[in-house]
Design a binder for this molecule. Structure first.
Ligand code: SAM
Ligand code: SF4
Length: 475
């Protein structure tokens, strides 16, 4: 079932409300300036790029409120942990790390510990924090992110515990400050939430319904980034291919891509994630035509079995997926393809797992993100019978990794001897004098060169390759 689009007037947070939050930041800044010493904040992020983008807004609000940023928990006056709910493992890691913060708080009793993000929007997690993690001062969900300044002020002034996880369809808050880590690369959210309700996935429950940002806002943000020297822009959404359905502007994701491509500058465009059910021929043709769009696509397939895909509510089957890949490769033969796959969905048989392996062999992805199915409370799949043993799922998972690692290594080996255009993006932490770079398709390259090259496009000869890295020399 397709969800009804949300009403825009109920979705957009008013400018007056954003101004109110910014005024609170300014008041906090003044209050802090009157106190001795530097005030520091640490924002830690789990999960996907959407969470990374949210953390950049949290940092932006903290900086506006007068905090300096640190990576050290011990010295932070405010700690914000932005959590992920997609798999149980991510939640367990958060709980472990939050538990360990009792020590830092003992040393620094006024330290404010805040938890936010998707896991906090799950009622059982918020409840657990309330009861068992008394050192946590604040919990807020993704829908309350724009109100962080107000919540911070309440916690600091009234010194009470705050739990703010409204169960709503979601908002769009424009004009919040953003503190990006570097100048070279940027994430730009183009939409929020998800309407797809894949039966294994908690995202639609914690991030709300699909809502698209106004194209003018997106284009303005990209224009500003390009003017400030940004070289790599990733458009973000849970399913970017359904961008615009709620706008009533007769504009889809391909149209947006075309308009972003027309912005002057020597930047490259990526986007994530695409859903195969909405990846149209028009999108593929737009990608092929637009010179700034990277020759790369992340197209999660999740399973190679049509029966499992139906049980997952993915709304495409194996043949449709393979057909899309064929059509895309006909237009962009050297496209770099990556994907997500789940092993051990409830009821997946050994034969159905073999279909996943055969799809991987047939497509030959450049890289894969492989996950063992993790039951998520409240989802449809969590109630399905799940007879396959954990040991068998682990064996299948390992087999998938082995197959993919072989394919990744073979694909990388084929780059040896080629000359590629790369964006030099940083120092190689492992090697003195070494640099890291990315090919247009997003493959990691290690090379030697002057630090002054960081932020420039270069031609590189590929000398050798491993499963994960290409090694090159500057031309
Ligand atoms: N919206 C994106 C899409 O549909 O491609 C994906 C978002 S999700 C954060 C990233 C990946 O996590 C999914 O593609 C899926 O492979 C995996 N995932 C989601 N729920 C999962 C679960 N319950 N167990 C294991 N993996 C899961
Ligand atoms: Fe989750 Fe499916 Fe939405 Fe992706 S498309 S966020 S997997 S429900």
């Amino acid at each position: 079932m397709e969800e009804e689009p949300l009403k825009r007037e109920e979705v957009i947070i008013s400018q007056a409300e954003i101004d109110r939050q910014l005024a609170i930041c300014d008041a906090l800044r003044e209050r802090m300036a009157a106190l001795p010493g530097r005030h520091l904040a640490f924002v830690d992020t789990y999960g996907c790029q959407q969470n990374e983008a949210d953390s950049e807004q949290l940092r932006g609000m903290l900086v506006r409120a007068g905090y300096g940023l640190t990576e050290e928990e011990d010295e932070a006056d405010v700690i914000v942990i932005n959590t992920c709910a997609v798999r149980e493992h991510a939640e367990m890691r958060v709980l472990g790390n939050v538990g360990a913060l009792t020590h830092t708080k003992r040393k620094k009793p006024n330290q404010l510990i805040c938890l936010c993000g998707c896991a906090m929007q799950e009622p059982h997690m918020a409840e657990k924090i309330k009861k068992s993690f008394r050192h946590v001062d604040m919990v807020f969900g993704p829908h309350a992110l724009y109100r962080f300044p107000e919540l911070l002020q309440e916690a600091l002034v009234q010194k009470r515990r705050i739990f703010e996880t409204p169960d709503v369809a979601g908002y769009i808050a424009e004009g919040l400050p953003v503190a990006r880590k570097g100048k070279l690369k940027a994430w730009v959210s183009i939409m929020y939430g998800c309407n797809n309700f894949c039966t294994y996935c908690v995202v639609p429950y914690v991030r709300g319904r699909e809502r698209s940002r106004d194209p003018e806002r997106i284009l303005r943000e990209v224009r500003e980034l390009a003017e400030s020297g940004c070289k790599d822009i990733t458009l973000l959404g849970q399913n970017v291919n359904s961008y615009g359905k709620d706008l009533g502007l007769n504009m889809d994701f391909s149209d947006l891509l075309e308009q972003v491509n027309a912005i002057p500058g020597d930047f490259q465009i990526h986007f994530i994630s695409s859903h195969p059910k909405d990846a149209s021929q028009k999108l593929f043709e737009t990608m092929a035509r637009c010179e700034k769009v990277a020759p790369q696509l992340h197209l999660p397939f999740q399973s190679g079995s049509s029966r499992v895909l139906k049980a997952m509510n993915r709304r495409y089957d194996r043949e449709m997926y393979l057909d899309e890949i064929r059509r895309l490769r006909a237009l962009i033969p050297d496209i770099v393809l990556t994907s997500d796959v789940i092993v051990g969905f409830p009821g997946e048989t050994q034969e159905e797992f073999e279909e996943t392996v055969s799809l991987i062999e047939e497509v030959r992805f450049d890289a894969l993100f492989t996950f063992i199915y993790s039951p998520r409370e409240g989802t449809v799949a969590a109630k399905l019978p799940d007879p396959m043993s954990k040991e068998q799922k682990s064996r299948n998972f390992q087999r998938l990794l082995d197959v993919q690692n072989r394919i990744s290594a073979e694909k990388h080996a084929a780059y040896v001897g080629k000359t590629l255009r790369v964006l030099v993006d940083g120092r190689d932490a492992q090697r003195e004098g070494g640099l890291t770079a990315r090919t247009e398709g997003g493959r990691l390259v290690h090379l030697d060169g002057d630090e002054a090259l960081i932020g420039t496009w270069q031609q590189v000869n590929i000398l050798r390759a491993s499963t994960w890295v290409l090694f090159g020399e500057l031309l």
